[in-house]
Design a protein around this ligand. Structure first.
Ligand SMILES: O=C(O)CCC(=O)C(=O)O
Ligand SMILES: [Fe+2]
Length: 349
C-alpha cells in the first residue's frame, strides 16, 4: 500500500507539479518580453560583419573555370540569405550517389548505417538493418550523416564550386557538421537551423540543398522566406537563441514555429518555392526561415542530400565528440570529422 502510494506521488503528482512550475515560468518569461538576443557580433563571419566582398574574395583560392560570378552570388546571399548555384555538380556523380543509396536500402540487412523512419523507435537513429525495408523506403525516412560511410558523398559535399562559396560566406576552411539523405520531403514545419544545429559559434552555419533529381512541384519542395535571416531572433527562455531540450522554456513546434509564421507575415517576407534541377545547389544562411512543404502527390519522390556546414573555428571537433578529439579527414579541402561512435563504419562504401 505504502509503495503504491509512493509510486502514485512519483508518477502522478510530481510531474503535475513540475508542469505547473514550468507553465508559471513560461508565463513570467512571456510577461517579461524577449531579451536582447542575437548572434555575438565579434564572432560573425566576415561577410555578415560587413567586410567588403572584394576583400573576402582576395583571401580565397578560387577553382579554375568557376561556373558563376562569386562576387555577385555572395552579394545576393548577403541580402537574401540564400543563393542558387546553377549546374555546379556533375549529373553522373549524383546518379551514382543515389544508386549507392538505393543499393544500401535494398540490402539494409547488411548495414549498421543509421537511419530514422516514420513512427519507428521514437525517431531515434537506428541501424538500418533493424528497420523494416518498407519503412526505410517510405515517406518520413532519412539516413543521417551518410557522408560518414560514403566516399562518394564526401566528394559531393566538398565539390570545389560549392566549397569556395561556403568559404566566402563563412570562413576559409570549411567543416561538415551533419548531413541527411531524403527520398521524400521532410514535411518539416517552418524553422531556422541555428537553434538546434548547434555549432560552437552559432553564426558559423550554412546549409546546402543538393537535389539528386529535378524537383517536382507536387513532391513537397523546400520553401523559404528570402531576407528572413535578418528577422529578430526567437528567445527560447533560459537558453537564449538556442534550443536546449530540458532547459528551454519554449517549445520548438508549439512556440518557435508559430513565432516564425507570425513574424514572416508581419515583416512581409515573401515565400519562395525551391524548384531547382539536378546539378543545381541551394545554399541557405543558418538563420533563414525554411520548411519542407507537404507532399501533394505521394508518388513523387524528392531525392536530396542536405548538408550543414560550419568553419573550422565554428566547429573545431565532431559535434558529438569530446572537445579534445578532432580526428578528421580532408577531402577536396573540406574537413570531415570522424564520428567516434561509428568509427568502424567510416568510408565503408
Ligand atoms: O529538405 C527538407 O525538407 C528540409 C531540410 C531541412 O530543413 C534541414 O535539414 O535543415
Ligand atoms: Fe532546416
Amino acid at each position: 500500500m505504502l509503495v503504491s502510494f509512493k509510486q502514485l506521488i512519483k508518477k502522478e503528482v510530481l510531474p503535475s507539479i513540475k508542469a505547473v512550475q514550468k507553465s508559471a515560468q513560461k508565463i513570467a518569461f512571456k510577461l517579461k518580453g524577449p531579451a536582447n538576443v542575437d548572434f555575438d557580433f565579434d564572432t560573425l563571419p566576415a561577410l555578415d560583419k560587413g567586410v567588403s566582398i572584394d576583400e573576402i574574395i582576395k583571401g580565397l583560392e578560387i577553382p579554375k573555370d568557376l561556373p558563376y560570378n562569386l562576387k555577385e552570388k555572395l552579394a545576393f546571399f548577403l541580402e537574401h540569405g540564400y543563393v542558387v548555384l546553377e549546374q555546379i555538380i556533375d549529373h553522373t556523380k549524383l546518379d551514382q550517389l543515389w544508386n549507392e543509396v538505393e543499393s544500401v536500402i535494398e540490402h539494409n540487412e547488411k548495414y549498421e548505417i543509421e537511419g530514422i523512419a516514420h513512427r519507428f523507435n521514437n525517431q531515434v537513429p537506428t541501424p538500418i538493418k533493424d528497420i523494416p525495408k518498407e519503412k526505410l523506403k517510405g515517406i518520413g525516412s532519412r539516413i543521417n550523416d551518410y557522408h560518414d560511410y560514403s566516399k562518394l558523398a564526401k566528394e559531393v559535399c566538398s565539390e570545389p564550386a560549392l566549397r569556395v562559396f561556403l568559404e566566402g560566406s563563412l570562413e576559409k576552411n570549411i567543416a561538415v557538421f551533419q548531413s541527411l539523405i531524403f527520398k521524400y520531403s521532410s514535411q518539416q514545419g517552418l524553422h531556422q537551423d541555428f537553434p538546434w544545429v548547434t555549432t560552437t559559434i552559432p553564426s558559423h552555419l550554412a546549409a546546402a540543398w543538393i537535389p539528386l533529381e529535378d524537383v517536382h512541384a507536387n513532391s513537397g519542395p523546400l520553401v523559404y522566406y528570402p531576407g528572413s535571416h535578418r528577422m529578430p531572433k526567437f528567445d527560447f527562455g533560459n537558453t537564449g537563441i538556442l534550443f536546449k531540450g530540458g532547459q528551454s522554456l519554449m517549445h520548438p513546434e508549439n512556440d518557435f514555429t508559430p513565432y516564425l509564421e507570425k513574424t514572416v507575415q508581419k515583416l512581409q517576407y515573401k515565400k519562395e518555392i525551391l524548384l531547382i534541377k539536378k546539378g543545381d545547389v541551394l545554399i541557405w544562411h543558418g538563420a533563414l526561415a525554411h520548411a519542407g512543404s507537404p507532399i501533394n502527390d505521394p508518388s513523387k519522390t524528392r531525392k536530396s542530400l542536405v548538408v550543414h556546414y560550419s568553419s573550422l573555428t565554428g566547429l573545431p571537433h565532431h559535434r558529438s565528440s569530446p572537445t579534445t578529439n578532432n580526428e578528421s579527414e580532408k577531402v577536396q579541402q573540406v574537413t570531415f570529422y570522424t564520428n567516434d561512435r561509428l568509427k568502424h563504419l567510416k568510408n565503408i562504401l
